[in-house]
Ligand binder design. Structure first.
Ligand code: COA
Ligand code: MG
Length: 295
């Protein structure tokens, strides 16, 4: 279970860690978190350069976006060298791609125990974002993340690697709708995150010139239960931040519902403006208010 007093980022901007100009630009993007990528956006020959630049970025000024690092998957054998390079810089968290199940998160957590001790960091200070739907096996294991332990900050999903893993030629139907396997993975990510007591973060919207498409994507994500979205381009950040921040109207409505139940402490059900409200509505209202920054 994640620490509920910590705000979870709304926007998570991927930055290929071998690209100095992008690293510089990303810091001013307004993203709540950057994901310095050592995995898929970095060619094998450039891994060392990316590790060094990620370490340099972590050593620079902090206080802007949270700095997370996407390491290479455990099965590649590259993960320990990634962690050795970046853990002295105290990243806010690690994005773990392609876990087959919670067991991989637990393994990473043990690695972090050791690297935190070696770098003099507070035990447990490094959080984990699991990209939990990228292998065929992973889809069957999305209900297991409650066993991850306190480092798990959120679950997210991916719409590219899973279709590739099962031999699909496309991840969308000819009409442009995500295929069934992706839709199942997306839904199980939402339920898996909730059952583990952590937020669910929606995957990237790859067409980075299509602002209306991104807005619709993020709005659908918010309706379905995601509290943040990953981005691949700085232009996507303001839209995600806007959509994932509860609006004045959302906040006012949530406050009204909470106040009504507080005024009727014995009631399981109340009426507001001709509509029935019961426990799920109260829960939803409290969730909306919990997404506000403290203060
Ligand atoms: N982070 C920081 N800066 C970025 C960026 C990102 N993710 N994506 C683009 N930029 C920068 C560009 O370098 C460019 O900077 P410049 O004005 O100094 O030249 C500026 O923003 C405008 O970029 P643009 O020309 O619109 O896009 P592009 O063709 O340079 O880049 C991508 C397109 C897709 C290659 C790039 O957005 C990218 O690398 N995205 C991240 C990919 C990734 O990490 N994938 C893995 C997770 S799915
Ligand atoms: Mg990938």
């Amino acid at each position: 279970m994640a620490d509920p007093t910590r705000m979870i980022p709304r926007s998570w901007l991927f930055v290929p860690a071998d690209a100095p100009n992008k690293l510089a630009k990303a810091k001013g993007s307004g993203a709540d978190a950057l994901i310095l990528d050592l995995e898929d956006s970095v060619a094998l020959a450039a891994k060392d350069q990316a590790r060094a630049l990620a370490a340099q970025t972590l050593a620079g000024p902090r206080g802007g976006p949270e700095l997370w690092v996407r390491v290479n998957p455990l099965a590649t054998g590259l993960t320990l060298a990634d962690l050795a390079a970046i853990m002295p810089g105290a990243p806010d968290g690690i994005a773990l791609p392609k876990p087959d199940s919670v067991a991989d998160v637990i393994t990473l957590s043990h690695y972090l125990d050791a690297f935190e001790a070696a770098s003099g960091l507070a035990p447990g200070s490094t959080r984990i974002l699991a990209i939990a739907t990228e292998t065929a096996a992973s889809v069957f294991n999305l209900g297991g993340y409650a066993a991850a332990g306190p480092r798990l900050a959120a679950l997210t999903w991916g719409a590219e690697d899973l279709p590739a893993a099962v031999g699909a030629t496309h991840n969308r139907t000819p009409e442009g709708v995500l295929n069934d396997l992706c839709r199942i993975a997306r839904s199980l990510c939402i339920a898996g995150a909730a059952s583990a007591g952590v937020p669910a973060i929606d995957t990237v919207f790859p067409d980075f010139r299509d602002e209306a498409g991104l807005r619709a994507w993020a709005e659908a994500g918010r309706r379905d239960g995601f509290t943040g979205v990953m981005a691949i381009h700085p232009a996507q950040v303001p839209i995600i931040n806007e959509v994932m921040t509860p609006s004045e109207a959302d906040i006012a409505a949530a406050r009204e519902i909470v106040a009504l139940f507080e005024a009727n402490p014995g009631a399981g059900v109340v009426a507001l403006n001709g509509k029935m409200l019961d426990m799920p509505h109260l829960k939803q209202a409290r969730k909306t208010l919990s997404r506000l920054p403290p203060g």
